[in-house]
Design a protein around this ligand. Sequence first.
Ligand code: ATP
Length: 597
Amino acid sequence: MTTQPVAAPQEAAEPAPARRGRSAWVRRLLHNPMALACLVFLAAALVFGLSSPWLAPYAPNATQLDAVNAPPFTPGHVLGGDGSGRDILSRLMWGTQRTLFACVIILCSALVAGVPAGLVAGYRRGAADPLINWVSDLIMTLPGIVLLIALYTLTGPNLVAAMTVFGVLVAPSYFRLVRGVVLGVRGELYVDAAKVMGLSDTRIIGRHILWAVRAPVIIQSAFVLGGGIAIQAAVDFLGLGDPSKASWGAMLQEAFANIYTNGWSVVWPATLISLTGLALVLLGNALRDALQVGAAQHALPRRRRARLAAEFAARPKTESPEGERLPATDALLSVRGLRVAYPTADEAAAEVVRGVDLDIRAGEIRGLVGESGSGKTQTAFSVLGILSAHALVGGWVVFDGEDLLADPAAQARSRGRRIAYVPQEPMTNLDPCFTVGTQLVHGLRAVRLLSAAEAKSEVLALLARVGIKDPEHVFRLYPHQISGGMAQRVLICGAVAAGPDVIIADEPTTALDVTVQAEVLDLLRELRDERGLGMLLVTHNFGVVADLCDTVSVMKDGRIVESGDVRSIFDHPRHPYTKELLSSTRVVDLEEVPTDG
Ligand SMILES: Nc1ncnc2c1ncn2[C@@H]1O[C@H](COP(=O)(O)OP(=O)(O)OP(=O)(O)O)[C@@H](O)[C@H]1O
C-alpha cells in the first residue's frame, strides 16, 4: 500500500475553527430577546429613578389640594394624586431612587459578607471551614423580618442599617454557592500547577478561583436584587421605613389604606415592584443560559439551527467524478466526507471535522493520529453516534451496507453490539456504585439474550482471557478497588463481550503507565488476531501506531492530510505535517531485530 497525501486546497479560505472570547457571553445575552427586554426595562427604571431631581414634576412630599385622590390623567398629574394630595408620578420617581439604593446596599453587604467567606472556607478549608459553616447555618436560622422589626426598635427607620442587616442575612446563599464552586475548582490540575509555580494563595484565588465563581455570583446577584426589591417594599409596607421618604413600599402602604377611595394609587407602585422583580429574575435566568458552558448552542435560534443542519445534510457526499470517495466494498466500515460542526454564538457553524474519509477492514488496525484538537475523537464519536446533541453532522458512515448517519436507529443497534468502544479514562467509565461483575453482566445481557448465570460464566471466561488473574475475585470488586490497568482490561472485556466486528479505541493507553500500556496494546493485538476484528485506534502517539497499527491516517485541523500503511508513512512521509509530527516523535525503528538462532 502507498501513502495518499490528501490535499487541502481551500484551507486558507475556510473560517477558523471555533471563535471564542470572554465577551461571547455578553453577545449571547444580547441575542436573547427576553434578556434584552429585561435589560431595557431595568435601564429605563434606573433612568426613571436617577433623573427624579431634574425631571420629577414635584418634590416627593409636595401636596396640592386639587391633587387629593385625583384620577390618572388629571391635568398636571399624569398618574393622579394620592390621599394626601401628592403627585404619584413624582413620588414614584423619587421612590425608585430610594428603592434602588436599598437594593445596592443589600447586594453589596451580601457580596462582602458571603463571597470572601466562601472563598476562604472552600479554598483554605481547615478550621475556618466548619466555623464559617456554623456561622452561616446560624444566620440562616434567623427569622429575617422579625430581626428587622427588632432592629427598628433600636435604630428607628434607618434604611442603610436595615438593608445592611438584610444583606448579611442573604450572605449565606453566596457563601454556600461560592464554597461549593471553590471546592470543585481547588482540586483542578491547573490550580495545582499554579501552586507548583509558586503563586501565592491570594494570586491563585484572584486569578483562577474568582474567575470560576464569577458566573454563579453574577446569576445569584440578579436573584438577590429581585428579592431585595420585594424585601425593601415589605419593610416599608409594614411601616418600618421612614414615613418622610417616598419609596415603592411606602407608597403601596399608603395606597392600601386608601384603596376604596383611590384604587389607581395601588396599581402604580404594585406594577413597578412586580415588573422590576420579574425583570431581575428573568435576567438571572438569561444570564445563567449565557454564562453556562454549552449555552452557545442553546442561544442559536431554532430556525437558524435547522437551516444550518439542512446545509450540512445537503453537502455533496461523493465529490470525485471517478467515484473514488464511494465507500470501499471490502471494508467493514467506511467513512466518507464526514463533517462535524458546532453552532457558534455568532450564528455560524464552526467545523471541527472537515470531510474525513476512512476505511477499516476486517483484521486491520487503523491508527488515527494527530495533535490535540485535530478532530480525532469527534470522528470516532460520529461513527458511534455519541456526539453532543448540538453537533451538526454530514457525510457517510457506512457499516454493513447501511449509512449509519442517515439511520440513527441502525446506528443505535450497532453501537455496543457490532461497533464497540474502548474509552481513554478507564476509571471514570466504570460506575463506582456497582461491582465490576454487575456492570459487565448487565452490559452483556443488554446486547445478548443470556440468562444471568450464562452471562456470568461468559464474563468470567472473558475476564480471564483479557489477563485478569483471579476473575472470580475481581468480579466482586468495586471500580475503586482495582488498578487503572485492570480497569482498562475490564472495559476491553466489556467491549469484546458482545462479539463486535469493529472496535473504536480512543487513546486506550494514555491514562496507563508504560508497562501496562504495552500489555494493553498486546491484548488488543491478540484479540484482533483471534477474532478478526477491525479497529480504529485514536492516538496522538506515533510510538503506539508503530507498535500496533497496520494503517494510519494523519489528521490536522479536522482533515485527513495523509493516509496509508504504517511502514510507508514512517519511511516516506509526504505531507509536511506528517514529517513534522514524525520528527517531533522518538520514532520506533520498524526494522525487525534479528534474533539469535
Ligand atoms: N461539544 C462541543 N462543542 C464545540 N466544540 C467542540 C465540542 N466537542 C469538541 N469540540 C471541538 O472539536 C475539536 C476537536 O475535538 P476532538 O476532541 O475531536 O479533538 P482530538 O483530536 O480528539 O483531541 P485530543 O487528542 O485532545 O482528545 C476541538 O477544537 C474541540 O474544542
